[in-house]
Write a protein that binds this ligand. Structure first.
Ligand SMILES: C[S@@+](CC[C@H](N)C(=O)[O-])C[C@H]1O[C@@H](n2cnc3c(N)ncnc32)[C@H](O)[C@@H]1O
Length: 300
């Protein structure tokens, strides 16, 4: 299944939708016939200016219907229980209050509406050396009603973001040296503009591997902080993974311990260089062969 098919799998294409932060890479643009409203924290003109130096196809950037400035999407759009779907590709990790982001989507969706997310896998992008986000900061930011990134988030982002062989995103097979992207001065400047001007600096606040995100959604539902549950999930392809959430979702049918073990396994794979991982895989397959040989020798 290709990228678009995974994102659109549970979406009623004839229904009304929102795409949040599509910028230069929309999944469901108006020109393809979608009845879609665009939400971003910047206007089209500001997005064009932001992405001008990046060598991207700026003609893909559609008009932004609603410019988000910290309010709920119900307040922003004037609608509740109205949309059939929301797509947010590479956006949830930017939301200062991730719980409010999900609940804000929930509020504008119909009872059977879906939220289709694409999430960067921190192992294979510039977040590689940043810590996996746990529940503590997610809940605390929510309780503090954060509509902006904290100075700590900004410092941690600027100090630890890396590129690999000059790329900001890669895949499990890519090899090459990592290099820091920003300087300590960038971190200081970023912190100052948040503290002094309350500026919104667009960074990844949150870093996930696939199962840390699945566990996060499971736990937030269990704690009564969100009412959406997992409907579908697709493992990492390249540097991103996919999840659809909805009030009708069945959730994840695995124990929390199994999910944590899968997080461990994902870190073991993704934080090794590919050649080291191949060695581990070879060791594993040697062990598997030895085990099956022993079993055969034991059987009559
Ligand atoms: C990394 S780009 C993703 C672009 C595209 N969706 C993709 O998958 O390649 C993030 C987009 O989300 C927007 N954005 C960042 N923070 C946001 C927020 N808190 N609310 C809404 N949009 C936000 C950015 O302006 C940008 O358009």
């Amino acid at each position: 299944m290709n990228r678009k098919a995974k994102i659109l799998r549970h979406i009623d294409r004839s229904g009304r939708g929102i795409e949040i932060g599509p910028s230069h890479n929309p999944v469901a643009p108006k020109r393809d016939g979608y009845q879609v409203h665009i939400i971003d924290h910047m206007s089209r003109e500001q997005l064009i200016e932001k992405y001008q130096a990046h060598g991207l196809d700026l003609s893909q950037i559609e008009a932004v219907d609603f410019v988000w400035q910290g309010e709920s999407y119900a307040k922003l759009t004037g609608k509740t229980d109205y949309y059939d779907w929301i797509i947010a590709s590479h956006v949830i990790e930017h939301a200062p209050d991730l719980i409010s982001f999900i609940n804000s989507c929930d509020e504008v969706l119909k009872a059977d509406g879906v939220l289709s997310l694409v999430i960067p896998d921190k192992r294979y992008c510039f977040d590689h050396y940043r810590p996996i986000t746990g529940l503590a900061k997610i809940i605390d930011n929510h309780l503090q009603k954060s509509i902006n990134h904290t100075p700590g988030t900004i410092a941690e982002y600027f100090l630890n973001v890396v590129s690999q062989s000059g790329q900001i995103a890669w895949n499990a097979e890519t090899t090459g040296d990592y290099q820091f992207v920003h300087s300590i001065d960038n971190a200081l400047e970023g912190m100052a503009s948040v503290m002094q001007e309350d500026a919104y600096i667009d960074v990844h606040a949150w870093c996930f591997v696939p199962h840390s995100f699945r566990l996060m959604m499971h736990d937030l539902f269990g704690l009564g902080l969100i009412t959406l549950k997992e409907i579908d999930f697709y493992q990492t392809d390249g540097f991103e993974f996919y999840m659809t959430l909805g009030r009708q979702g069945a959730g994840i049918q695995q124990s929390r311990m199994d999910l944590l073990k899968q997080v461990d396994a994902e870190i073991a794979v993704g934080m090794q260089t590919p050649s080291r991982w191949r060695q581990l895989s070879v060791k594993k397959s040697v062990k598997q062969v030895a085990r099956s040989l022993k079993a055969r020798l034991r059987s009559p």
